[in-house]
Design a protein around this ligand. Structure first.
Ligand code: ATP
Ligand code: MG
Length: 266
């Protein structure tokens, strides 16, 4: 029997990644964080994107920050110094803004440049059950820092004709990082998002994903739901903005599925 409890094991770290833009990474990161919080889990959400959407969507003003993930990556601040509480979401945020785009250049000349984030997370890992990293839509040095720090990658994708295109690049990158930088890293799964069951094509692609990737496809499916899209303009996770909505309920279910997956990893 497994006697470990969530409070004694260091946090499990997950990247939400897909180098395609606008596929629902940030929506997934914010709402999974809030969903896990509703299940009583302690969560740190790291905004690894200079767009700062995960920061803003968690109700934190990216233009008035004392320190950010940028300062952490270049070694000028610790996560404890830079993190901010999302009161709305019930989780902590390591925020980002445009300054983070400069980290790409600053990191190039640093030793162990792809391991900066991992080292910083190590110092706070015992304070959380989950660390979620919202990756930018690139396979850049920033994303590499995320992958180097993670146990698993969650890939949100829309069930569209071109959805599989580019997926092999990401899966190959994950394999390379696993081989060369981070042997703890695994591809946890594909999350179907913005799903519209009335579209025959989406059903076909969804079935194709299941037959090709098997149990690497999460059981939970996130529907297309306007409440999820409205929520960020109020600085709230969709899960908090309208908890009864179909989108919010799906992300709460996804949180439960992740809790189960993590328990199975122990
Ligand atoms: P980027 O690559 O720019 O970081 P992203 O992959 O993080 O984008 P999001 O910002 O999460 O994608 O989502 C893109 C757009 O789709 C946003 O306007 C968001 O509100 C909307 N959206 C995401 N998921 C859903 C959903 N399930 N239902 C309806 N709208 C959604
Ligand atoms: Mg995003």
């Amino acid at each position: 029997m497994n006697t470990k409890t969530s409070s004694t094991r260091p946090a499990r770290v997950f990247c939400i990644a897909n180098q395609k833009g606008g596929v629902g990474k940030t929506t997934t990161a914010i709402n999974l964080a809030a969903g896990l919080a509703t299940h009583g889990r302690r969560v740190l959400l790291i905004d690894l994107d200079p767009q700062g959407n995960a920061t803003m969507g968690s109700g934190i003003d990216k233009s008035t920050l004392q320190s950010t993930l940028y300062d952490v990556l270049i070694g000028d601040a610790s996560i404890e110094q830079a993190r901010v509480r999302s009161d709305a979401g019930g989780y902590d945020v390591l925020p980002a803004n445009r300054e983070l785009s400069g980290a790409e250049i600053d990191l190039v000349n640093m030793e162990a440049r792809e391991r900066q984030l991992k080292a910083a997370i190590g110092a706070v890992a015992s304070q959380y059950d989950f660390v979620l990293i919202d990756c930018p839509p690139t396979l850049s040095l920033l994303t590499l820092n995320g992958l180097a720090a993670a146990h698993g990658v969650i890939i949100p994708m829309q069930c569209e004709y071109f959805a599989l295109e580019g997926l092999s690049d990401l899966v190959n990158t994950i394999k390379r990082v696993h081989r060369n930088i981070n042997e703890d890293l695994s591809f946890i799964g594909l999350l179907r998002v913005m799903f519209d069951p009335r579209m025959t094509l989406q059903q076909q692609v969804s079935a194709q994903l299941e037959s090709h990737f098997g149990d690497k496809v999460f059981t939970t499916v996130i529907p297309r739901n306007v409440r999820l899209a409205e929520a960020p303009s109020y600085g709230l996770p969709g899960v908090v903005y309208d908890k009864a909505s179909r989108g919010a309920q799906a992300y709460i279910s996804f949180g439960a599925e992740m809790v189960k997956r993590v328990e199975a990893m122990d």
